[in-house]
Write a protein that binds this ligand. Structure first.
Ligand code: DON
Length: 593
């Protein structure tokens, strides 16, 4: 079900509306009960909203409403983003949660500066390069071993402290309300629960929460999670310390080391290596963003341990070096950028980021792109700062990529002051490692399966003590002349990178509006023998691309993007998926024209 091939060596494969200034950080607005969204009708869910005063796009109406409520009460974009993320932990618990991790790219309007916050999960100190060797991928997914030290809570606290106005307690309020009153089970929630039922039933805590009466809660029913509401309440009161070294941390470690396997289950559930000291040692980190310039616009992304910023940026640079950009060129540029990501990017010192994002390197790579698809697999280039004539194309080891579904989630929030958040949050697989911490109402992540399992000498993404697994998450903010133009991102594992890239090209090279750019059919080439593509992409471009040497294979649905575009005169266009993953929810503070 959750099978996926791991990238082998060198990844050769693969409020008040009259306020015009930002309130003092020291005086958080109190959230009135009206800021808390009541249970909502899915009929209100729409993929495009245009207006002013702030905008939100998430995959889920309750989460978008939580963020909108915070914005209407005078909170800023970071406050609203944390509120939305915590709410997604309730309504999209198989994609996001307090025991997961993520990356935030943030535009601070007052200082005209882009910041990022790395809340990626970390490997425990006891994990070494061989810790995952020989373990079947599916076994690792559903295990204590795959649970990374959670990053989301530390990230929320750092994000609010640095850029927000609310306390964690205030930011968690909308989520607590949704968890208490409940949300309507939609088809997506039902399908995801059903797809996980076989492993959820193998854990007493998970079966109790998500398989009430032994089956997934039916579509249309109201799902409440009082234990998660209680966990959030205590977290608000006690702060992150409760997790990072405190009593909640003790419970997490106990669950990781001795998962609550249902008596009689035959599943081989490997225990994890996490200790309380690993939780105490965890820090969310501010890191410089990646930056590159495309068609005169500054594209900011996430630096390692994510490969999102460098890979999107390198592919854009390669495309800029070509005389024309169409579907073929998009696929080829992506192929090359993935070859480089596999060899050079991981949570290691010395990732050659500057060179990977340099025009010289991009030119050298671009000259490998011809009329026909290049032989598979593309070998990594040499980002050594010395770029000359077109090098001979070296060969590389062939590998294969798996289909990646739209697990994980992405949200965008913009506020009336012009601050912008692009935020990817994840627990990795749909349902994370499948293990709910008993009595606490949340699932653990299986993010450590993002490491290369090995053996793979020299691979930058082998596990290591305290190391963060390489990610593909690519929250992206584009500025024009220091002003925000576009913010976007998506779930989808390594297809995140191609989805972000394709939306940017649709918008800027193919002349689509932002709603069109998100709705357009997708394809994803990650240095794989075959290019996965949605049916409509195959129907439209398949014949021509096949003639040019590409081999297309169906992937029914790629990504679940969310985005906001900054129009003229302070207007905002929030955009979500019209249909993928059941469609997303775009909202603006004021729809007045
Ligand atoms: O960090 C990453 O790239 C992944 N763990 C994100 C998870 C995801 O999108 C799952 N998708 N297939």
């Amino acid at each position: 079900m959750i099978s996926r091939r791991i990238t082998p060596l060198a990844g050769i494969l693969v409020g008040s509306s009259l306020l015009l200034v930002q309130p003092a950080l020291a005086s958080p607005p109190a959230l009135s009960p009206s800021a808390v969204s009541p249970p909502v009708s899915q009929a209100e869910k729409k993929p495009v909203a245009e207006g002013s005063g702030g905008a939100v796009s998430t995959v889920d109406l309750d989460a978008s409403k939580a963020a909108l409520g915070v914005l209407r009460e005078g909170g800023n974009a970071m406050d609203a983003a944390v509120a939305a993320a915590a709410t997604l932990g309730v309504t999209e618990p198989y994609s996001a949660g307090l025991a997961g991790g993520g990356f935030i790219v943030y535009y601070d309007a007052r200082r005209k500066k882009v910041h990022t916050i790395d809340g990626r999960e970390a490997a425990p100190k006891a994990m070494g390069p061989a810790s995952l060797e020989g373990i079947p991928f599916d076994d690792a997914v559903t295990s204590g071993l795959s649970a990374g030290v959670p990053g989301s809570v530390a990230q929320w606290e750092l994000a609010l402290r640095r850029f927000g106005t609310l306390s964690l307690r205030q930011a968690l309020k909308p989520a607590i309300d949704v968890a208490t009153k409940g949300f309507r089970v939609d088809q997506t929630f039902y399908d995801q629960t059903a797809a996980n039922a076989a492993r959820f039933k193998d854990f007493t805590s998970t079966a109790k929460l998500y398989l009430p009466g032994g089956a997934p809660p039916p579509v249309g029913s109201t799902f409440r999670n009082p234990e998660l509401a209680d966990t959030y309440r205590r977290l608000g009161r006690l702060g992150g310390e409760w997790l990072y070294g405190g009593a909640l941390g003790v419970e997490v470690v106990a669950t990781v080391k001795k998962p609550p396997v249902t008596p009689g289950s035959t599943r081989n559930v490997r225990p994890g290596l996490m200790e309380l000291a690993d939780l105490k040692a965890y820090r969310a980190l501010e890191r410089p963003p990646t930056k590159m310039t495309y068609k005169g616009m500054d594209v900011y992304g996430m630096a390692p341990p994510s490969s999102g910023g460098s890979t999107v940026g390198e592919a854009l640079n390669i495309l800029e070096a070509l005389p024309k950009v169409g579907e073929h060129e998009y696929l080829e540029a992506s192929r090359l950028a993935f070859a480089d990501r596999g060899k050079y990017v991981g949570d290691i010192p010395g990732v050659p980021l500057k060179e990977l994002l340099s025009d010289g390197f991009a030119k050298e790579r671009a000259c490998l792109i011809g009329e026909r698809a290049m032989p598979h697999p593309a070998a990594p280039g040499d980002p050594d700062g010395m770029y000359g004539p077109c090098p001979a194309a070296p060969s590389a080891e062939a590998t294969e990529a798996a289909k990646e579904g739209p697990e994980t989630t992405h949200l965008v929030v913009a506020d009336r002051w012009g601050n912008v958040v692009a935020y990817n949050i994840t627990i990795e697989s749909t349902g994370g490692n499948g293990i709910v911490v008993p009595g606490r109402g949340f699932l653990l992540n299986n993010e450590l399966t993002d490491f290369t399992f090995g053996p793979a000498p020299g691979d930058p993404n082998l596990p290591g003590p305290g190391k963060r697994p390489r990610s593909s998450m690519a929250p992206t903010i584009v500025l024009d002349d220091d002003r925000p133009l576009l913010a976007l991102g998506s779930p989808g594992g390594s297809t995140i990178i191609t989805t972000v890239l394709q939306i940017l090209l649709n918008r800027w090279n193919l002349g689509m509006s932002l709603p069109e750019a998100l709705a357009a059919p997708r394809a994803t080439q990650r240095n794989t023998a075959q290019t996965q593509a949605e049916q409509a992409f195959i129907d439209r471009y398949g014949a021509e691309l096949t003639r040019r040497g590409h081999s297309l294979v169906l992937n029914p649905e790629i990504g679940a993007a969310t985005a906001v575009e900054f129009l003229r005169h302070g207007r905002l266009q929030a955009v979500a998926e019209p249909t993928r993953r059941g469609g997303g929810s775009a909202l603006v503070v004021s729809e007045r024209r």
